[in-house]
Design a protein around this ligand. Structure first.
Ligand code: FAD
Length: 502
């Protein structure tokens, strides 16, 4: 079968490996000059010395569920060898609060229990119980709904679905994440905030999202967090390498403008038959997989088709404001992942819901130069500084960026007891507008639609079109959602449906 994939995001790349490994003739069309979409990298020169550079991963910084990358090597029957290796992190994250409390979130449950007891003055066993409950949720329902299409009858007819329904009350579906965590942690504000933060892993609001999402800590603390040797972009490089080895053809700098299809007749349904590039070249094929945001796939590539309002007009996930800073100092207190919590988490989310940023946002800093020293000059660090931001509804971003930059510098300077402003030796800023422009993600949302409603998982777009035969979708804007592991799963689900059908 001749297959065209639109977009070389992580899901498009993974789908290309899976489909080419089954012997299909696969061509990937990518608008940018590089693969990876949000999962790419760049470097900035030092302002002090133009010959020195800071390397940054542009988007994702947290790597969980590495088995889905390994699975691609298995399918392609190519050993990861020199192309991909990773290590488990002993410290998952360093947390800091305004009152000076600092907590090290160890991967080891016993160490974590002790740390929570010592630093937060609560019974550490609460956190162990909460993590066990997260694991149970994952075993009962998480795995089932993430690894299968929710739009295929065979998923619903399985014995495991019946078991999930029987235990539905244990999943906290009808409570919010915040209510779930307040109960689990006897309202200890710091522990609740620590666990509520996991809502942001798919761009949601813990005060609205279902308690089912408290399964997410299991990915981080139950299974673990990992660091790909050389940085996150090594994931893209590894999958791109696999795709090339399996004979996938790549057409970079080639945006697709239209998906074409034959009209139905008495014998056949409307069936996809090709794509057209922005320069007008027509490419015929039997199957099209769109890794482009599904909203724009309909709006731009399929304007004649009825727009699925109910699915695609759902609330978007949050976006992010990122400051990539080269810093002329090293900080012993900081690790790979660091969080500086807001003084009022609920207020922060209220501001996001109103389309703006709180004066004291939660600040995330990712630093890879501690693990990959070539990522920054000697005695310097590469800081990826990110705050949650509302998706783009044409706010005055210039103002929001300047105010937030000032607020972040003042917060970090206060908590790290060092004037950060004088240490910034390189800078690049990425806003929701930039995210939308770079990867064609509608409104610059990081994870497609949000999971703020109980029904979100079921309303997310399917991995196939019910209007056009042989048209499929993968990536963060369709089932099962955004984030690297879920995007890799969407590629898996889509490829399996294609392989089952052909
Ligand atoms: P995308 O990365 O969205 O790529 C889509 C590709 O399609 C792009 O390359 C685009 O150029 C191309 N394209 C679009 N339209 C066309 C067209 N018409 N023709 C040709 N090509 C086209 N996830 C995590 O797991 N951990 C994290 O820590 C994390 N942090 C994040 C931080 C940031 C700042 C961002 C932006 C995202 C983060 N994510 C994280 C989310 C994760 O990056 C995404 O869910 C995932 O990378 C999306 O992959 P995708 O396959 O959907 O495609």
């Amino acid at each position: 079968m001749k297959i065209a994939i639109i977009g070389a995001g992580i899901a498009g790349l993974a789908a290309s490996v899976r489909l080419a490994s089954r012997g299909h003739d696969v061509t990937v069309f990518e608008a940018n000059s590089y693969p990876g979409g949000k999962l790419s990298e760049f470097s900035l020169p030092s302002l002090k010395n133009k010959n020195q550079f800071y390397r940054f991963d542009a988007g994702p910084s947290l790597f969980t569920m590495p088995q889905y990358v390994e699975e691609l090597f298995d399918i392609a029957e190519i050993p990861p060898g020199d192309y991909f290796s990773y290590r488990k992190q002993e410290i998952v994250c360093q947390y800091f609060w305004e009152d000076g409390t600092a907590l090290t979130a160890f991967s080891d449950p016993e160490k974590l229990e002790k740390e929570v007891q010592q630093k937060l003055g609560v019974n550490g066993h609460l956190i162990i119980d909460a993590l066990q409950k997260a694991r149970r949720k994952y075993d009962i329902a998480g795995k089932l709904f993430l690894e299968n299409s929710l739009h295929k009858t065979k998923t619903w007819l399985s014995w495991r679905v019946l078991q999930a329904f029987i235990r539905v009350l244990t999943l906290d579906i009808f409570k919010t994440m915040n209510q779930t965590h307040e109960r689990a942690f006897n309202k200890n504000p710091k522990l609740v905030q620590f666990f509520n933060r996991f809502a942001t892993y798919n761009g949601s609001d813990p005060y609205k999202a279902s308690g089912m999402l408290s399964v997410i800590p299991h990915f981080e603390h139950g299974i673990g967090t990992f660091y790909p040797e050389g940085g996150m972009s090594r994931i893209t490089k590894a999958i791109f390498h696999l795709a090339e080895k399996k004979g996938v053809k790549f057409r970079f700098n080639t945006p697709i403008d239209a998906i074409s299809y034959s009209l139905p007749n008495t014998e056949t349904k409307t069936t996809v038959n090709g794509v057209t590039t922005a320069s007008g070249e027509k490419f015929s094929c039997d199957v099209v997989v769109s890794n482009m945001d599904v909203y724009f796939t309909y709006k731009k590539l399929l304007p004649q088709l009825p727009f699925p309002e109910k699915t695609l007009n759902q609330e978007r996930s949050t976006s992010a404001l990122i400051f990539y800073w080269g810093i002329r100092k090293t900080f012993k207190a900081l690790d790979l992942h660091n969080i500086f919590f807001s003084d009022n988490y609920q207020k922060e989310f209220e501001h996001l819901a109103q389309g703006t940023l709180y004066r004291d946002p939660t600040v995330y800093i990712n630093i890879t130069s501690g693990l990959t020293p070539t990522d920054a000059p000697e005695n310097c660090e590469n800081w990826f500084v990110m705050v949650n931001a509302p998706h783009n509804t044409h706010q005055n971003w210039e103002d929001l960026i300047q105010t937030t930059r000032k607020n972040i510098i003042s917060k970090l300077s206060r908590l790290l007891k060092t004037d950060i402003s004088v240490l910034i030796d390189a800078e690049e800023i990425l806003s929701p507008v930039g995210i939308e422009a770079k990867t064609q993600s509608f409104t610059g949302s990081l994870y497609g639609t949000s999971s703020n409603s109980m029904m979100s998982a079921f309303l997310r777009h399917a991995n196939f079109s019910s209007e056009i035969k042989n048209l499929y979708f993968c990536g963060g804007s369709v089932h099962p959602g955004g984030g690297i592991p879920l995007c890799l799963l969407s590629a898996k689900i889509t490829s399996e449906i294609i392989n089952d059908k052909l």
